[in-house]
Design a binder for this molecule. Sequence first.
Ligand code: RUB
Length: 325
Amino acid sequence: MDEGQLHPHIETVAEDIESMGTRGAAPIADAVASALRTQARESEAETPATFRAEMRAAARHLLNTRPTAVSLPNALRYVLQRMDGASVGALCRSVERGAAAFCEQLDRARDDLGEIGANRLRDGDQIMTHCHSTDALACVEAAVEQGKDLTAVVKETRPRKQGHITARELREIGVPVTLIVDSAARRYLGEVDHVLVGADAIAADGSVINKIGTSGLAVNARERGTPIMIAAQTIKLHPDTMTGHTVDIEMRDESEIITDSDRDEIGDMTVENPAFDVTPPRHVDAIVTERGQFPPESIVTLMRELFGEGPGEPWNEPSGTDADV
Ligand code: RUB
């Protein structure tokens, strides 16, 4: 369809996600589900076929903004798979219902996950964090609400220093924070009781895709005997990986890690800025979701339960038709 029929809000949301104004899996999922709702509400489509084509085009436009954030396609899938009805009005209502239900589940999932994760944390424990994860913080918040005293070693998390967000939010709930540079992590691992991080995606074999530096942290934590706990809502499960697909690792702009003048001074070189890495399941102790905690090897069972054997891609135009499907 003509992209001109996309509501301007779709473009705004896509730009916000791309520029990381909206970041983190749940906010991204919430933003795209809500964007589909706006697209549906404001649609001027006159036929069900046009409406469906508009919704698919909106989804495709949102889809490629951050390739590693699996919550994004999962949110789009959830809403589009529930798009149903014989008239534009009925279709629109189904999208609104789907988006509202999805966003409501997101809110509940965070709380449920927090309660489950908090049970792994004991009074007096020290955690080490990497990047900024709302799911990981939900576990800490719930533990604090249960009256447990926790302390945190917070990795700065280059290049964008999302650790500062974590530090601020931990301070807001009264958790004492020690901020360290990423390369100091190993020195502190012997003192901490848990490494607690989030995930951007979890593959069928239990591999965890998270902010660059997580896999090195996990290897070091294993060597020190520090348990590694991943807090990840089920929207992070990557159904495509059940059929052997790998997860795309987003490469971000070099300007995040080097200024033009530093680059000029150094001379000709290649600069790479991968945003995420993959931690193998053998380095992970538990994946905490809103449905319970799982050893990484058994996450595929949950994935099958939630997504079946392989997901369709509801944003693709149906082949060999006039798109009236
Ligand atoms: C964020 C990041 C977080 C996960 C989980 O990376 O790696 O650990 O997204 O976060 P970025 P949450 O800053 O590049 O988005 O638990 O909030 O979904």
